[in-house]
Ligand binder design. Structure first.
Ligand code: FES
Ligand SMILES: [Fe+2]
Length: 340
């Protein structure tokens, strides 16, 4: 069961061109494409004539042409042309989905189109702010989408899973976190004062000694997560708000179920320092990729053992608080949506 009346990231903007893109989202086959004016569109990826995937066709101006017998559809899903006859049969239509392009992301609304609300697109302005540099990436993951949400809301795994990337001092694992339930999500975070910097941050920030490190994670239902993470030279006032002697990275995670047990995972590190430095962009892209590959390997192994999608019969520990709250909030939202 998925929350339907909300926006999911269908793809990064830069990955959608004139060529139709097939994506199964929440179990439904969808084809995404751009119209002639660049506006994105999304249709059910199943032709109403003989069920060929429309993604095997091509874009002709504003229309999507089926690759089997050439029927053409507009962005509302209405068939506008049948090559071998002048009359378009009544009811020749496929489902269309509301789509928006914001923050360099193509967002799709999988629920009731009449309820699509632009104000509900998550605020992720750093992803296309000219004062920031973002280097997005994508993984297809063989795991339930909430396993990634769990992972991101659980800071304790960093010490164990990310030894080669973002784990710093092993003592970090014992630093407690603070969880906050927001009106529209869950936030968890912590400060680690006077610790050895993790390898990636040491390279990116050029730190010679110890740092004060912060990790603040925000989950927005159903499955978008962003992290404000960084570190600054110890004793330079970062916990009080002065980050001038440090670096901060905003880490975005746009997590979209493909099926119950597979996921489209869009991730991105964004920075607001050394904007012109290509080597820094590469370092952070590769750092993000390598870090999230470590998560991916663990989550796919976890999904293999879980089999299904519930955590029934497993034991909770204190640091699971944020993910338990998030799952509970999402369950309530899905139940309310189903009831209505
Ligand atoms: S299946 Fe699409 S035109 Fe025939
Ligand atoms: Fe991780």
């Amino acid at each position: 069961m998925f929350l339907k009346n909300c926006w999911y990231a269908a793809t990064w903007s830069r990955d959608l061109g004139a060529k139709p893109m097939a994506r199964r989202l929440l179990g439904e086959p969808v084809v995404l494409y751009r119209q002639e004016n660049g506006q994105p569109a999304a249709l059910e990826d199943k032709c109403c004539h003989r069920a060929a995937p429309l993604s095997k066709g091509q874009c002709i101006g504003d229309y999507l042409e089926c690759g089997y017998h050439g029927l053409q559809f507009d962005a509302s899903g209405t068939c506008v042309r049948v090559p071998v006859q002048t009359r378009v049969p009544p009811g020749a239509k496929v489902r269309s989905y509301p789509v928006r392009e914001r923050w360099s992301v193509i967002w799709i609304w999988m629920g009731d189109p009449g309820r699509a609300d632009d104000a509900a697109i998550p605020e992720l302005s750093w992803l296309d702010d000219p004062g920031w540099v973002s280097a997005p990436g994508y993984f297809h993951l063989k795991g339930n989408y909430l396993l990634i949400v769990d992972n991101l809301l659980d800071l304790t795994h960093v010490t164990y899973v990310h030894k080669n990337t973002i784990a710093g001092d092993p003592a970090e694992g014992a630093v407690p976190v603070k969880t906050e339930r927001l009106n529209d999500g869950v936030r968890v975070g912590r400060w680690m004062i006077d610790f050895v910097p993790p390898p990636l941050f040491r390279k990116a920030g050029g730190f010679a000694g110890n740092v004060d490190r912060w990790q603040h994670v925000t989950w927005l239902p159903p499955s978008n997560v962003y992290l404000d993470v960084g570190c600054a030279t110890t004793g330079t006032g970062a916990p009080e708000g002065d980050r001038s002697q440090g670096i901060s990275i905003w880490s975005s995670h746009l997590i979209t179920p493909e099926t119950e047990t597979t996921t489209h995972y869009h991730w991105c590190f964004s920075r607001d320092f050394r904007l012109e430095d290509e080597a820094m962009t590469r370092l952070l892209f590769e750092g993000a990729r390598d870090t999230f590959l470590e998560d991916l390997e663990m989550i796919e192994a976890q999904q293999d053992r879980l089999g299904g999608v519930t955590l029934d019969g497993l034991v909770d520990i204190n640091s699971d608080n944020a993910q338990i709250q998030a799952r509970r909030m999402l369950d309530e939202m899905i139940a309310a949506e189903t009831a209505s």
